[in-house]
Write a protein that binds this ligand. Structure first.
Ligand SMILES: *[C@@H]1O[C@H](CO)[C@@H](O)[C@H](O)[C@H]1NC(C)=O
Ligand SMILES: *[C@@H]1O[C@H](CO)[C@@H](O)[C@H](O)[C@H]1NC(C)=O
Ligand SMILES: *[C@@H]1O[C@H](CO)[C@@H](O)[C@H](O)[C@H]1NC(C)=O
Ligand SMILES: *[C@@H]1O[C@H](CO)[C@@H](O)[C@H](O)[C@H]1NC(C)=O
Ligand SMILES: *[C@@H]1O[C@H](CO)[C@@H](O)[C@H](O)[C@H]1NC(C)=O
Ligand SMILES: *[C@@H]1O[C@H](CO)[C@@H](O)[C@H](O)[C@H]1NC(C)=O
Ligand SMILES: *[C@@H]1O[C@H](CO)[C@@H](O)[C@H](O)[C@H]1NC(C)=O
Ligand SMILES: *[C@@H]1O[C@H](CO)[C@@H](O)[C@H](O)[C@H]1NC(C)=O
Ligand SMILES: *[C@@H]1O[C@H](CO)[C@@H](O)[C@H](O)[C@H]1NC(C)=O
Ligand SMILES: CC(=O)N[C@H]1CO[C@H](CO)[C@@H](O)[C@@H]1O
Length: 476
């Protein structure tokens, strides 16, 4: 599972530098010099206005800053100590300005490769992709990891089972060889709080004896303390109001982490598996990350995907009836239909991974939370994911157009699953099947990380959000 058809030369960072900016649907967005940031990724406009309003020349966006907004910027200018911070920020902003310019230029020229003869290089063009720039990220992006705090709640997380991506990401970031790691915070474009929600729950919340012990306050206070410590000790949090700071968590409780101090965390980027829009997930600020189930000692399941005409099962699901969506699914489909095969547990002798590899469509209903490892399992198995959820922001949807390689069905349409899937012409299914195989690389976990894999995709989502605003110091 470590490599998916990438040969090792491809993995060289150098090759990656040649990668293009790709995107496909570029319209030419960069018309005005100063407002360029705001229009850069137009999906983030609201955030610009709210967060970064004094950071950019916002003459073309409606100014709507809350009353606390200007005080920090003004304080930075007026304090002589902060002149140093200003100089540092200018350097960081110059880097980012160059990256934006390079992206604009590539889009303008429609030139997505630096060396067009390097044909082995993966070029993410085509309708699956929306817009992104990995090239500039790999060249420039530097992340500072705060060193404060101790194991097991900080700097380490779960490496296996359903929250594995949380610990794997932390471990990758903390690794000495991580090329994105800044050697000094002054050169960083973003700041990582290497805090593990899953580990807090595992180590701080023991023993759980009464319902009261589930209360989220301890978790919320720990993160608040951590953020307060780094904001007191260093200038970086205040410089951006937390907008260039992020954390990563796959735990079910993570969406609630910032509720204790909403003001402190209002710009903070939360990279979450549980990207439930009804639970405070904000697609323009936060990042949706896939949940990946990792057994011990493996970076993913074996590849058992069959060719399209070797898939006798039309659609398939097996799992526990957790959460309201699966209850609806079971009521409607369990043991009812040979083409919508829904199991609570597989009969003896059936192999889950193998069955996914033999299915055309894999149902991926939300469980106790919106995210489920099934999207990724389906993609690994070359099975078109059928995402059954409400208010779920799918992973990397800034960049990947999920409609091209998956079917999305809201819970009210569960009774129509069969008719929806049956209405898909075989030609269209074959296209989706191919695209599933093309996007697979973005969901594969490699250690160390490799170009365009899931780790790079997570970082890239943070990079896009960081490109989208400027620090105060450059605007005057
Ligand atoms: C990026 O995608 C958004 C939404 O699809 C689009 O509105 C915007 O123009 C695109 N920007 C670039 C740089 O292609
Ligand atoms: C901000 O934009 C306006 C209108 O585009 C322009 O007149 C003004 O010079 C810009 N200010 C700065 C500081 O660039
Ligand atoms: C510094 O503060 C004074 C008043 O406190 C204000 O008039 C001035 O505009 C501030 N300077 C900057 C650069 O913000
Ligand atoms: C794209 O840019 C690279 C480097 O700037 C250049 O070598 C190459 O010729 C360009 N390709 C096209 C098609 O313009
Ligand atoms: C950042 O702001 C907080 C709240 O205003 C303040 O307590 C803290 O001292 C500031 N940090 C620095 C480094 O000035
Ligand atoms: C959540 O999904 C339901 C059902 O699709 C929809 O009615 C509701 O408006 C959504 N809520 C939000 C906040 O998006
Ligand atoms: C399914 O079969 C594969 C290949 O033989 C094996 O690696 C995997 O562990 C099996 N899965 C289960 C759930 O038994
Ligand atoms: C998403 O959040 C809403 C609001 O908290 C909740 O009612 C809903 O059950 C959540 N969705 C899932 C699948 O857990
Ligand atoms: C995504 O794909 C769908 C289905 O093919 C298409 O209708 C839609 O316009 C695409 N969205 C973007 C932003 O490219
Ligand atoms: C101090 C300050 O300038 N606050 C501004 C923040 O944003 C609000 C809403 O737009 C303005 O009315 C305030 O003047």
């Amino acid at each position: 599972m470590e490599t998916l058809g990438c040969n090792s030369s491809l993995l060289l960072l150098q090759a990656f530098l040649l990668f293009l900016i790709l995107l496909l649907t570029f319209s030419s967005p960069f018309t005005e010099k100063h407002v360029a940031v705001a229009s850069f990724f137009s999906t983030f406009e609201t955030r610009n206005v709210r967060v970064a309003q004094f950071f950019i020349n916002a003459s073309s966006s409606p100014p709507q800053v809350s009353s606390s907004n200007f005080s920090l910027a003004t304080a930075l200018y007026n304090s002589s100590i902060n002149k140093f911070y200003k100089a540092r920020s200018i350097r960081v902003e110059e880097d980012l300005a160059q990256a934006r310019a390079a992206i604009r230029k590539a889009i303008h020229l429609q030139n997505y490769t630096s060396h067009s003869h390097r044909t082995e290089t993966f070029i993410p063009t085509g309708s699956i992709y929306k817009n992104a720039s990995h090239t500039e990220m790999v060249k420039k992006f530097k992340v500072w990891i705060y060193k404060e705090g101790e194991h097991p709640t900080v700097h380490i997380g779960p490496m296996h089972n359903k929250y594995a991506i949380e610990g794997q990401f932390i471990d990758e970031m903390e690794s000495k060889n991580n090329p994105f790691r800044a050697s000094h915070p002054d050169e960083a474009h973003a700041f990582f709080l290497s805090f593990s929600v899953a580990n807090v729950v595992q180590y701080v919340y023991q023993p759980i004896t009464t319902v009261k012990d589930y209360s989220r306050d301890r978790l919320q206070r720990l993160l608040t303390d951590y953020a307060t410590v780094v904001a007191d000790k260093y200038p970086y949090w205040n410089r951006s109001n937390g907008a260039d700071h992020f954390m990563v968590s796959c735990h079910d409780w993570a969406p609630e982490i910032s509720k204790y101090e909403p003001e402190l965390f209002k710009n903070f980027i939360r990279v979450l598996c549980n990207a439930n829009n009804s639970e405070g997930f904000q697609p323009r600020r936060d990042v949706s990350m896939p949940e990946i189930y990792l057994p011990y000692g493996r970076l993913g399941p074996p590849n058992m995907g069959q060719t399209p005409n070797n898939r006798p099962i039309f659609s398939f699901f097996s799992g526990r009836p957790n959460g309201y969506i699966r209850k609806l699914l079971f009521n409607q489909w369990k043991d009812r239909d040979n083409e919508v095969r829904v199991y609570k547990s597989l009969p003896k002798g059936y192999n889950y991974t193998k069955m996914m590899g033999q299915s055309k469509f894999c149902l991926c209903p939300s469980g106790f939370e919106v995210a489920s490892p099934r999207e990724v399992e389906a993609i690994y198995a070359g099975c078109v994911p059928v995402v059954i959820s409400d208010n779920y922001t799918l992973p990397f949807s800034d960049v990947l157009n999920w409609s091209q390689f998956s079917i999305q069905i809201p819970s009210q349409k569960i009774p129509e699953i069969k008719s929806i899937l049956k209405a898909i012409p075989n030609e269209k299914y074959l296209k989706m099947y191919k695209r599933v195989n093309r996007v697979k690389r973005h969901f594969v976990l490699n250690r160390p990380a490799k170009p365009f894999d899931v780790m790079h995709m997570v970082l890239h989502s943070v990079w896009l959000r960081r490109l989208n605003f400027r620090l105060a110091t450059l605007s005057q």
